[in-house]
Design a binder for this molecule. Structure first.
Ligand code: SAH
Ligand code: SF4
Length: 341
């Protein structure tokens, strides 16, 4: 069966004209309905019955079904557990900011990267998500909350650059004016540092913001928490990020989850300052979300502020992030884990 929502408007036209032998305006109608987030061909009211039947027999529309929905009582954060056709589940989070709604979506069911602090990493890898399944998460939330999502972060379950072709296609689709029309500048892609793919992404000519999950300033510490570092050490990852910043003009964000006694010492702060001073970048300091079985605890405020103050001596910009929706385990991977047990 053809995954019609993973096709670009141009590809839909080719399919409708060449495969279905229908006039071009039918493809515009189909694209239009898909951009409205319809979940079945029956909703495409201006198509003839036999065209609808034909479409049903050779295509399908990806849908993200809401399995669970949690609302934070602290803020307006909403967390979803979505299931797909094969019953596999992923998580996504909608956050309200001053400028609108931002959504964190998943790019894989599980993850192969095995970071030791991450609930998704601990659960292993199941499968890649298709471009349409990434779109479906956004459409399901928009429909459910009756809102328009204006910003996207690829920071849910999975390593986006380990699903490169599907993620790039998703980025093209979601930013298409005939689709959800969310500008690439309003999208952030977070990676654990798959260096060759960072270079590839820089060369795609798509100005998304790149976020590197750094989480440690030395190879010794980083290799212990992030196995990917053994293959692509810090220096190579930072070099790739500099290339990305040069090529796109976009500031790099470095994510730094503060783990008590592991990566939050003054020594670590000095190493990080040395590492990225003078680069077009910003550091997000986030107290690690404690995940059962990891043995890690978040750094306290005093340690985080001391860390930030050392970074500022190197003129490195950093922000201490509040953890949105802390009461609903808004950090991804935790809800799916709970659902399974
Ligand atoms: N695989 C990508 C994107 C998904 S993870 C990546 O690693 O960047 C999204 C972000 O959540 C990453 O910065 C990741 O390091 C971080 N993260 C994972 N587990 C966390 C935890 N327990 N506490 C805080 N941040 C966590
Ligand atoms: Fe995968 Fe990112 Fe979790 Fe690491 S932090 S295991 S790369 S999802």
């Amino acid at each position: 069966m053809l995954d019609i929502k993973s096709l670009t408007p141009y590809e839909i036209t080719e399919f409708v004209v060449n495969e279905l032998n229908l006039p071009k305006f039918r493809s515009n109608q189909i694209t239009d309905w898909l951009s409205k987030g319809v979940t079945s061909f029956d909703e495409m009211k201006n198509l003839p019955k036999d065209t609808i039947e034909k479409l049903k027999s050779i295509c399908y529309i990806s849908v993200a079904n809401i399995e669970k929905k949690l609302k934070s009582s602290y803020d307006e954060t909403v967390k979803y557990l979505f299931s797909f056709e094969d019953k596999e589940c992923v998580e996504a989070v909608v956050m309200k900011y001053k400028h609108g709604y931002s959504m964190c979506i998943s790019t894989q069911v599980g993850c192969k990267m095995g970071c030791t602090f991450c609930a998704t990493g601990m659960s292993g890898f199941t499968r890649q998500l298709t471009p349409s399944e990434m779109l479906a998460q956004i459409e399901a939330a928009q429909r459910d909350l009756n809102i328009r999502i204006s910003n996207i972060v690829l920071m849910g379950m999975g390593e986006p650059l380990d699903n490169y072709a599907n993620v790039v296609k998703f980025l093209r689709l979601v930013s298409d004016e005939k689709s959800l029309n969310i500008g690439l500048r309003h999208i952030t892609l977070s990676t654990c540092g798959l260096v060759p793919r960072i270079y590839d992404l820089a060369d795609e000519g798509m100005p998304v913001t790149l976020s590197l999950s750094l989480h440690a300033p030395t190879d010794e510490i980083r290799s212990k928490t992030m196995p990917v570092n053994k293959k692509y050490p810090i220096e190579e990852a930072i070099r790739a990020c500099k290339y990305y910043a040069d090529k796109t003009g976009r500031r790099i964000t470095y994510e730094y989850a503060m783990i008590n006694g592991v990566n939050d010492t003054p020594f670590c702060a000095h190493c990080l300052g040395q590492l990225i001073k003078g680069t077009l970048s910003h550091v997000n300091l986030i107290p690690v979300n404690p995940v059962k079985g990891t043995g890690y605890n978040p750094s306290n405020d005093k340690r985080i502020i001391a860390f930030r103050d050392i970074l500022s001596k190197y003129n490195v910009n950093s922000t201490v992030r509040r953890t949105l929706g802390a009461d609903i385990n808004a950090s991804c991977g935790q809800l799916r884990g709970k659902n399974k047990s």
